[in-house]
Design a protein around this ligand. Structure first.
Ligand code: AHR
Length: 505
């Protein structure tokens, strides 16, 4: 039996709600069809946004939405996406399938979507192929409340009040699709571009995110910080608020992007390999975090893991450029493991955005015409939502076993624990597709009187998934396999499961 010791007398870092953030790019059917259906009378919508999808996303308390890319961001020219729809320029989406982008979803539509979702805004600016002027005018268009060329243009387009711009990304993957830059070169550009992200009087502060590393490129992190982090500048906090990190889990091969593996058809060995690769996030955060600590020991700069998730081959018969993939219990465990890691590193990780929201990569929602299904990953975000804004508690798991073997061996159980308003939320994954696991949970204080307020479980075969014909093959259910003990509770995790249990003291 595993033992989970929780010290509920010491509160650690606050888990930023933004750790449960999402990412939506002009890619495949994410924006168009997945979120935005314009005036399509066959799909219920509010101002063009799908009602079913917005309602489902509100339920998981989506805290922030990154847009418009991704690689698309460094080719996006925002002025093409404002004004009367019939006059908007059409462009080729070179990265994603070479399809025509008609720009019918632009700045106004994005802020309307975020309004409906009730989430924070994160706009990724174009550094790769855009000018400083273009970027600075976009910020002015969005946030300036007064008389200026861009504020007047916004008003002429029907929006009197400015919007709240919470986060700005200064370029995306500038080491790759965002311009193939060297770290020193990008870092100098970052210094220059961020200067013109103006904080206008009366506008709420805009948090600036610098383009960070690809996976384990620690040299990028160091070189960018060497150039951009100024120890002597007391305004450093306004200079850079976040440094991004991108890491995708490729199930089958680490670097052959033509053979990533099927989303639904995989062996037990590939299952363990996938989870082990997801758990690699722990090492990435630790090692990039150690470098950040050298420059920023007070942890004022957040690590923003603004793209993460499983990336498999596309579903057979679908456009390879659209990145449409199914989502199984394996995805749910990968999400559960990763979110537990983010919670446990919430002193440094201040945002994370799973890629991507709808119909692309590890989505929480899939759509087909007017139909919508929630994926197993959706259920995990619902089950973990109570961690948002809660205080991380110190927890230690003893007598934990392992699963898999050799290079694919990983911990059998993962966990994280937080407390908010007197309620302790514990989330656990059982990474074994075959065996249950008993866990005894002990609190340092109040364990004898605590009781289970709510508990739910998601479990199934490792490759079980929902379809439009069978949308509830994998779904969150009430969890009852627990009993009260003298110092807390004990429970039995089903094989291949994610469990959330909430204790009242
Ligand atoms: O999420 C898909 C792509 O992955 C993004 O456009 C890019 O930033 C990353 O390489």
């Amino acid at each position: 039996m595993a033992k989970l010791f929780i010290n509920n007398e010491v509160k650690k870092s606050t888990i930023a709600p933004e750790i449960y953030g999402h990412f939506s790019e002009h890619l495949g059917r994410c924006i168009y069809e997945g979120l935005f259906v314009g005036e399509n009378p066959d799909i219920p919508n509010v101002n063009g946004m799908r009602k079913d999808v917005v309602d489902a996303l509100r339920e998981i308390k989506i805290p922030v939405l990154r847009w418009p890319g991704g690689c698309f961001a460094d080719e996006y020219h925002w002025k093409d996406g404002i004004g009367p729809k019939q006059g908007r320029k059409k462009m080729i989406n070179t990265h994603w399938g070479g399809v025509v982008e008609d720009n019918s979803f632009g700045t106004h539509e994005y802020f309307e979507l975020c309004r409906q979702l009730g989430c924070k805004t994160y706009v990724n600016m174009n550094v790769g192929s855009g000018t400083v002027q273009e970027m600075s005018e976009w910020v002015e268009y969005i946030t300036f409340n007064g008389v200026s060329p861009m504020a007047d243009l916004r008003k002429a387009n029907g929006r009197e009040e400015p919007w709240t711009l919470d986060y700005v990304g200064v370029g995306n993957e500038n080491w790759g699709c965002g311009g193939n830059m060297r770290p020193q070169y990008y870092a100098d550009l970052y210094r220059r571009y961020q200067t013109y992200v103006r904080g206008y009087a009366g506008a709420s502060p805009i948090r600036k995110i610098c383009c960070g590393a690809n996976v384990n490129d620690y040299d990028w992190t160091r070189k960018v910080l060497e150039t951009c982090f100024d120890h002597s500048d007391p305004r450093q906090h306004g200079f850079m608020d976040g440094l991004s990190l991108h890491y995708y889990t490729l199930p089958e091969t680490e670097d052959d992007w033509n053979h990533k593996g099927s989303a639904t058809d995989f062996t037990e060995e590939i299952f363990y390999q996938t989870l082990k690769r997801s758990a690699y996030m722990e090492e990435l955060i630790t090692r990039h975090g150690n470098i950040m600590d050298e420059f920023d020991p007070d942890k004022r700069i957040g690590m923003m893991v603004d793209e993460w998730g499983i990336w498999t081959d596309v579903e057979p018969g679908t456009n390879p450029g659209f990145l449409y993939q199914q989502n199984t219990m394996r995805d749910a465990l990968a999400a559960g493991i990763t979110l537990n890691i983010f919670n446990r590193h919430s002193d440094r990780v201040k945002m994370a955005n799973i890629a991507q929201l709808v119909n692309v990569l590890q989505s929480v929602i899939l759509t087909e015409g007017p139909k919508m299904i929630k994926t197993p990953t959706y259920a995990v975000f619902r089950m973990y939502a109570a961690h948002q804004g809660a205080a991380l508690l110190s927890s230690e798991l003893l007598e934990n076993g392992t699963v898999g073997s050799g290079k694919n061996e990983l911990a059998k159980i993962t966990e994280s624990v937080s407390e908010k308003d007197g309620i302790i939320t514990i989330t656990l994954t059982n990474n074994s597709p075959e065996s249950t696991e008993d866990v005894e949970i002990r609190l340092t204080k109040g364990g004898s009187a605590c009781h289970v307020k709510e508990a739910s479980v998601l479990s199934g075969k490792m490759n079980a998934y929902n379809t439009f014909e069978n949308p509830e093959e994998v779904k969150e259910e009430a969890f009852t396999a627990f009993s009260k003990t003298a110092e807390g509770v004990s429970l039995t995790l089903p094989a291949c499961s994610v469990v959330s249990i909430r204790l009242s003291l």
